[in-house]
Design a protein around this ligand. Structure first.
Ligand code: GAL
Length: 370
């Protein structure tokens, strides 16, 4: 059973990069199935193994079998985030899929509405309710210790998902783990920068010897901000001369990013060789502005993002985006549910459960759609 609450609940290192990698399983390209995408399309590549296999029917030879019920509390930093909505719906579905005659998961999902104080209250409420495990998508990457301290005092394990806590914070207790893509070692941004470096003109669309770019970032106090610096590190490491024209915050919001990109295009015009976006949702907003300005991705400008949302993958196939870096919300969801189930059964998890990053460009984009 899943309960989703759009309001706050009442009352309201020793890190190893290769540790527990959730392997990347590509789906077979389907040659002519390139119809309009839906978030559901992303489900096709979401096969991550779970540790619990249970019968769906009451076993006839075990009439006295008692059903186990686990209570799971999930707090999402905001229900306004597209990527996290994909992720949370998939967690709900996956917990349901894991249910059987022998085991039930009572899942409560709450919206922290972008407020760490609200999320702290939700954690307290989960603890008061006596949940078995919490899955927390932090509002602030820097607030893991606040949550961990409360959880540890109540002896309730925590799976942190997608917004990576600060490194030292992950050593605070044995019963906390992180599921998501690697952030602090900067691999996501490096991969995004490499997509530009790998272009025949190395991102210098106007051929004047300097890659001039606009950077649209997510939000402050979030470790995904490392995508910003690391994308340019890749250009520097490749010996590419670059110049930042503008850096603006798009808050993971498509319309906001469209407005920012439109302003930048009006201000800097043909000087802009590349628009870097910290995620695909914002890249799709920037794409609209690029089209409105009469520019053409792949011809006089380049556009990159992160996530490989279905819409972005289709944009790459259509030649409207240069590339993205896959950060699969479905894999994150499956890995988080698997980790929570392990905790529910009293087992341990590796501290870091990485979701593998993959560069997605026109060369391989069809591998990431149905
Ligand atoms: C990132 C994702 C963004 C946004 C962000 C929220 O992993 O790329 O689209 O959802 O998480 O923290």
């Amino acid at each position: 059973m899943v309960v989703a609450l759009s309001l706050a609940a009442a009352g309201s290192s020793g890190r190893a990069p290769d540790n527990a990698l959730v392997s990347d399983v590509q789906v077979s390209p389907a040659a002519d199935d390139v119809s309009a995408p839906t978030p559901e399309d992303a489900l096709v590549d979401a096969s991550v193994e779970v540790p619990v296999a249970t019968p769906t029917e009451a076993p006839v030879d075990a009439p006295g079998l008692e059903q186990r019920i686990f209570n799971i509390g999930i707090s999402i930093y905001t229900f306004d985030d597209y990527f996290m909505n994909l992720c949370r719906h998939e967690m709900e579905k996956y917990f349901n899929a894991m249910e059987s005659y022998a085991v039930k998961y009572n899942v409560t999902v709450v919206d922290a509405m972008g407020d760490q104080a609200v999320q702290n209250d939700q954690v307290d409420e989960f603890i008061a309710q006596g949940v078995d495990v919490m899955i927390i998508n932090l509002v602030q990457s820097s607030s893991a210790n606040t949550v961990t301290e409360r959880a540890k005092a109540a002896d309730i394990p925590v799976v942190y998902i997608n917004r990576e806590p600060n490194g030292d914070d992950m050593t605070a207790w044995d019963n906390i783990c992180y599921v998501g893509v690697e952030t602090l070692l900067k691999q996501q941004g490096i991969r995004m920068g490499e997509i530009i470096c790998d272009l025949p003109d190395r991102g210098d669309a106007d051929g004047d010897g300097v890659v001039r770019y606009v950077m649209i970032t997510g939000e402050p106090d979030n470790n995904d901000g490392f995508r910003t610096v690391s994308s340019i590190m890749a250009l520097n490491d490749a010996g590419i001369k670059s110049e930042q024209l503008l850096q603006v915050q798009g808050y993971w919001n498509q319309e906001k990013a469209r407005e920012l990109a439109a302003d930048a295009l009006a201000q800097f015009g043909a000087m802009i060789d590349v628009i870097f976006c910290n995620d695909d949702y914002m890249a799709l907003g920037a794409l609209q502005a690029i089209k409105d300005a009469g520019r053409s991705v792949g011809e006089d400008i380049y556009l990159v993002g992160i996530d490989a949302t279905p819409e972005a993958v289709y944009a790459i196939i259509a030649g409207d985006m240069t590339g993205t870096v896959r950060n699969c919300p479905m894999r994150q969801a499956h890995a988080a549910v698997s980790a929570a189930i392990r905790y529910a059964y009293g087992e341990r998890n590796d501290t870091y459960n990485w979701i593998e990053l993959v560069k997605v460009t026109a060369d391989n984009a069809t591998n990431y759609i149905k």
